[in-house]
Ligand binder design. Structure first.
Ligand code: HEM
Length: 487
């Protein structure tokens, strides 16, 4: 089908079968980023200010190009669906399971359960907060040990992902009640299969979703085989944990983690005495999988941007350390309750989220019915992908959008101001459910590390590049830094 739907957002003509795939793929290769590729295409068409209309394989795809369009997508319930296709279903036994890629009734019941869990033994009680504060402490202690093993004053390390273990531990404690030490084999294995999975989830993986026949005729080249293999490994890991929980499960005990809380609903129902039909053991595995996918790489990559920019900007470290020393001192570790008194450190976290999200796209949405977006007609089942660049780079909101500068989030009195349009966790019913956890981790890791260490560029090394790399979410390039113990 090469014809465009009536009043569809502007964009290039659709070629038979592939649609605009080659144009997007070529520009993506040239520019390094999907978002840049789409912006390049948009430049060629007048009247494409807010949205641009493409076709990739069998799918109509609309990209949002402005904050206005992004907000319309996230706040209008017509766009709350998730796309159909093997990419979204192969991962969960060819059914729509989990949380990220489900929608409507099924999604709502499961979403309600998880959000309540995050609140109840998450942040309303002390549970989650204590977990995050403890992990930041483990991190400092591990870095101290590392420095000790390197002669006592400093250690040069490969930086990206240096905090990933601690971030993963907060998630895994919430889900399964387990924390692992740095060199634990299970943990290394979990990290390994997660990072394999992220690699397989790139556009290459998505190719077989836009062209479902590729999974049969080109299972390797289309990414299908890798994708299936990674999911098998991760399912096996999760299933082992669910089985362990089942063996120790007692429905009259107060649940200690999400898996126990879920098993309880399966046994005795929720407060109404029954469980929604969407609850099942397989769905529990789907939730664990999704919480890892949504929670680990995002927070980890955001922390990579934070560490990169701290390394590149000693003056930012100096100001943050001055604030930490003045407010907290050196005799105790920072707590989340210190945040209101550490505006500069809080601004570093906002700025790190901004530098991470400026090249990021949201998770694809799907129009649940024929509807309108920025005045254009959007047929039911059109895929909508939102670019987070416009709200992150708006010159009206930020003094210095092209630079890493915590001042972007501070007013003249040094108080934190977050522009209303800065929405790294999105809006509406599909907004991020892990925002509090992510912000807590980033704040505690940032302040705890700066209180105890200097982060420096090793002698003879270049300043590490800030040009991000495109993967499932943007990431930083490889570089080394020297962690120096503060005396
Ligand atoms: C820096 C860290 C993070 C950022 C920037 C981030 C951002 C986002 C964004 C923008 C969305 C909306 C997706 C869409 O376009 O529909 C989202 C969804 C989601 N996030 Fe996060 N997130 C982060 C961390 C986390 C963490 C730690 C968790 C888990 C505890 C999590 C769980 C989820 C889930 C389950 C969804 C899907 C919600 C749905 O489908 O309705 N995220 N996140």
């Amino acid at each position: 089908e090469m014809r465009k739907p009536k009043n569809f957002p502007n964009g290039p003509i659709f070629y038979p079968i592939i649609g605009n795939l080659l144009t997007v793929a070529k520009l993506r290769k040239e520019t390094g980023f999907l978002i840049r590729a789409v912006m390049k295409i948009a430049e060629r068409y007048s009247n494409t200010k807010d949205v641009i209309g493409l076709k990739i394989g069998k799918d109509l795809v609309v990209f949002t190009m402005t904050t206005k369009a992004l907000k319309e997508v996230y706040t209008c319930s017509d766009f709350d669906g998730r796309p159909f296709g093997p990419f979204y279903e192969t991962r969960t036994w060819n059914k729509r399971r989990g949380i990220i890629f489900t929608d409507q009734d099924f999604f709502q019941a499961q979403h309600r359960f998880i959000v309540r869990q995050l609140k109840e033994f998450g942040f309303a009680r002390k549970g989650m907060l204590e977990i995050c504060e403890n992990e930041a402490e483990f991190c400092v202690n591990d870095f101290r040990k590392l420095i000790e093993n390197h002669g006592g004053t400093s250690a040069t390390v490969n930086m990206p992902n240096i905090l990933s273990m601690y971030i993963l531990n907060t998630l895994w404690q919430f889900l399964a009640g387990i924390r692992y030490d740095v060199d634990n084999q299970e943990m290394r294995y979990l990290q390994g299969i997660l990072s394999d999975l992220m690699k397989s989830i790139d556009m290459k993986g998505a190719l077989f979703s836009h062209f479902p026949f590729l999974q049969y005729i080109a299972p390797e080249a289309s990414g299908y085989k890798d994708y299936v293999r990674c999911h098998k490994n991760i399912h096996a890991f999760m299933r082992k944990e669910v089985e362990r929980h089942k063996r120790n499960f007692n429905p009259s005990d107060e649940p200690r983690d999400l898996i126990e809380a879920y098993l309880k609903v399966l046994h005795v129902g929720d407060e109404s005495g029954k469980a929604h039909k969407s609850f099942s053991e397989l769905q529990l595995l789907g939730i664990c999988l999704d919480m890892f996918i949504a929670g680990s790489e995002t927070t980890n990559n955001a922390s990579n941007f934070m560490m990169l920019y701290l390394t590149r900007n000693p003056h930012v470290q100096i100001r943050a350390r001055e604030e930490i020393d003045r407010v907290i001192g050196r005799n105790r570790l920072p707590k989340l309750s210190d945040r209101p008194n550490l505006p500069y450190c809080e601004a570093i976290v906002h700025e790190s989220l901004r530098s991470f999200m400026k090249m990021a796209c949201g998770v694809p949405h799907r129009a649940l019915k024929d509807t309108k977006l920025c005045g254009f007609d959007i047929p039911k089942d059109t895929m909508i992908i939102s670019s987070f660049m416009p709200p992150s780079m708006d010159t009206k909101n930020f003094k210095n959008p092209h630079k890493f500068d915590p001042e972007n989030f501070l007013d003249v009195n040094g108080n934190v101001v977050v522009p209303e349009n800065f929405i790294p966790f999105a809006l509406g019913k599909r907004r991020c459910i892990g925002e509090v956890l992510a912000r807590t981790n980033l704040f505690l890791l940032c302040t705890t590390l700066l209180q105890n260490f200097y982060i420096e560029i090793p002698d003879g090394h270049d300043i590490p590049s800030e040009e991000p790399i495109d993967s499932m979410t943007p990431n930083v390039r490889d570089y080394e830094a020297m962690i120096v113990l503060r005396q």
